[in-house]
Design a protein around this ligand. Structure first.
Ligand code: ADP
Ligand code: MG
Length: 277
C-alpha cells in the first residue's frame, strides 16, 4: 500500500527490525581451497539478525565448507586455505589479533550426527560448552546455565529429573537437542547447523524445527539442509549453492525463502527446488 493510505497497517510500511541484541553474520567474497583445489568461489551472503537462513544445494557444492569458514573451523584442516572476509556485526572474525576461541564462542555449531560426550552426564555435557569462555562458574551459575540452555533447546522438561544420567542414554533426537544446549551454554550470537536432522526420525525432526522457531528469537541461525520442505518450514532466507562440473561451489541465487521456492529467478534453482537434479 502507498504511504499515506490511512487503511495501511503501520507495520507494513516499516521493515521489521530485529531485536537490537541479535547479530548479523556476513560472508564477503569467500573463496576456499583444499590444497590446490578451489571448492568455493567468491561467496557473498548476509545472514540477517534474528532470521533463519537455509543453505541448500547438491552434495559437494561447498555448503559445509562455507559453514566451517563462518566459525573458523576450516583453518583446522592442514591443507585448507581461504580468501575473503567474515563479518560478525561488521567486525571481521579473521582480523589479526582476533582469537579463534572468540569466534567459536560467538558462533556455535551443531553437526549432522549428534555428538554428545556419551559417558558424561547430561548436566556436564551442557557445562562442557563453557570451556570456550575459560571462565570458572559457580555451582549456582552452572545450575542456571544448564536450565536456561536445556530450556532453549526444548529439552529441559524431558531431562530435568535425570540430569546426572549419561548423555549417551538419550534418544537420537534428544542427543541432538543436548548438543544444541551445549552450544547455547556460552550464549552464542549465531548458531550454525549442518544438516542437524539428517540422522533423525520425522518426529524428532519436527521437535527440532519447533525448537528452532523459538530459538531464532535469541540467536541468528544458519542451517544446511537437503530437505526442501524443511527449508521452507524453518527459514526466512535461503541460498542455493551449486558446483557445476569441475568448478568450485558458488551461490546461484539467494533471497527470501518463499520467493525462491515460488518464483525462482534461475532455471537451475527451479530444477533443484522441484527435485530435478
Ligand atoms: P557439501 O557440504 O555441500 O556437501 P563440502 O563443503 O563438504 O560440500 O565439500 C565441498 C568440496 O570440498 C567437495 O568436493 C569435497 O570433496 C571437498 N572437501 C571437503 N572437505 C575436504 C577436506 N577435508 N579435504 C579435501 N577436500 C575436502
Ligand atoms: Mg555438507
Amino acid at each position: 500500500p502507498a504511504a499515506g493510505d490511512a487503511s495501511a497497517p503501520f507495520d507494513a510500511l516499516v521493515p521489521q527490525a530485529p531485536a537490537a541484541s541479535l547479530s548479523a553474520l556476513e560472508g564477503r567474497e569467500v573463496s576456499a581451497w583444499f590444497g590446490e583445489r578451489k571448492v568455493l568461489e567468491r561467496v557473498s551472503l548476509r545472514m540477517e539478525a534474528g532470521q533463519v537462513t537455509a543453505l541448500i544445494g547438491p552434495s559437494g557444492c561447498g555448503k559445509s565448507t562455507f559453514l566451517r569458514i563462518l566459525n573458523r573451523m576450516h583453518e583446522l584442516v592442514p591443507s585448507a586455505s581461504l580468501a575473503g572476509e567474515v563479518l560478525l556485526d561488521g567486525e571481521d572474525i579473521y582480523d589479526r589479533g582476533k582469537k579463534l576461541q572468540d569466534a567459536r564462542k560467538h558462533i556455535g555449531m551443531v553437526f549432522q550426527k549428534p555428538n554428545p560426550f556419551p559417558a558424561m552426564s547430561i548436566y556436564d555435557n551442557v557445562i562442557a560448552g563453557l570451556k570456550l569462555t575459560g571462565k570458572r562458574a559457580s555451582r549456582d551459575e552452572k545450575d542456571e546455565i544448564v536450565e536456561r540452555s536445556l530450556t532453549a533447546a526444548g529439552l529441559w522438561k524431558e531431562v530435568k529429573d535425570r540430569l546426572r544420567q549419561p548423555g549417551g542414554g538419550l534418544s537420537g533426537g534428544q542427543q541432538q537437542r543436548l548438543c544444541i544446549a551445549r552450544s547455547l551454554a556460552v550464549k552464542p550470537k549465531v548458531l550454525l547447523m549442518d544438516e542437524p536432522c539428517s540422522a533423525l526420525d520425522p518426529t524428532s525432526t519436527r521437535v527440532i524445527e519447533e525448537t528452532m522457531s523459538e530459538l531464532q528469537k535469541e540467536v541468528t541461525i544458519v542451517i544446511v539442509t537437503h530437505n526442501m520442505q524443511q527449508a521452507q518450514r524453518v527459514s526466512q532466507q535461503c541460498a542455493f549453492f551449486l558446483a557445476a562440473q569441475g568448478t568450485p561451489g558458488a551461490i546461484v541465487e539467494h533471497g527470501d525463502t518463499e520467493a525462491m521456492f515460488s518464483e525462482p529467478q534461475d532455471q537451475r534453482t527451479y530444477d533443484y527446488v522441484n527435485g530435478r537434479f
